[in-house]
Design a protein around this ligand. Sequence first.
Ligand SMILES: Nc1ncnc2c1ncn2[C@@H]1O[C@H](COP(=O)(O)OP(=O)(O)OP(=O)(O)O)[C@@H](O)[C@H]1O
Ligand SMILES: [Mg+2]
Length: 333
Amino acid sequence: MTGPEPIRLTQYAHGGGCACKIPPGELEAVLGGLPTDVTEPAAQLLVGVATGDDAAVVRAEGGPGIVVTTDFFTPVVDDARDWGRIAAANALSDVYAMGGTPVVAVNLLGWPRDVLPFELAAEVLRGGGEVAAAAGCHLGGGHSIDDPEPKYGMAVTGLVDPDRLLRNDAARPGQPLSLTKPLGIGVLNTRHKRTGERFPQAVEAMTALNRDAAAAALRAGAVCATDVTGFGLLGHLFKMMRASGTSAELDIAAVPYLDGARDAVRAGFVSGGTRRNLDWVRPHLDAGAAPDEDQLLLADAQTSGGLLVVGEVPGAPVIGHVLPAADAVIALR
Ligand SMILES: Nc1ncnc2c1ncn2[C@@H]1O[C@H](COP(=O)(O)OP(=O)(O)OP(=O)(O)O)[C@@H](O)[C@H]1O
Ligand SMILES: [Mg+2]
């Protein structure tokens, strides 16, 4: 006797994880019209929408910096608890990417109650709660709606020393670039969604908090970092260099990959989001002799990826350097 087929959550998502993000060019076009003038602001805005950074940072007179961010997405893996853990680690990551400490999170849940058992949503929330607790971050509530597609994430508030921010516009020529998690999460997730094969190395990478990486970056004196998520290493590096008025050279042989990532690209498990990332950066890219396969891997849409830090971080490979502004914002060597 065989039981009912297990529910595969990824089959209820049109695109999984950070690969379901709006393409960077389209997003920027829409955000261009946002009003930014505030009447008699109660707090000073230290980081806002203009630089497209990982989170907003505000500060009331004499108080600490307050970091505010939100992130939610459709299922990136079939297992409900793992999806919850991944979504929470990803939402918390934007606080770490600003140099902050997450202090309180609220859940965002969309659930197709007619299609999927609501008990499964409890598993998702349990996974998310576990990761928030491990990060020392309170879970303070949330909001839940009936939704044709399952979605989960968090809005997270953190604290930061306003003089020790990790901004995305503070890179200076001559500094090294470090990457704290291997790439390849996107292609392995795409393979998982299409075939059901499991990749524990990808789940481990996605559920790992960026807390220690951020602490190490701050200890090393870094002032510039971002997390590598849906726009891929190339997309996030491009945004960082553009915001800083610099360019970068990447040593493609030094970029770390998860086991199985290269096989997955060769077998064609490349999401539309990854191709759009590469298309977005291509006009600013000197790809040198880098094979197409490497370019796709470098643009691979990550979910809950690592930190890209300007500076050396103990234990993380140096993958390139910052250079003065140039026509090619990113050169592959
Ligand atoms: N609907 C929106 N309204 C206002 N700002 C937005 C909206 N969507 C995105 N942004 C802003 O656009 C920028 C880029 O968004 P993106 O989601 O890539 O950043 P992020 O929060 O670092 O993402 P990730 O969690 O993938 O690291 C951010 O500064 C974000 O705050
Ligand atoms: Mg981010």
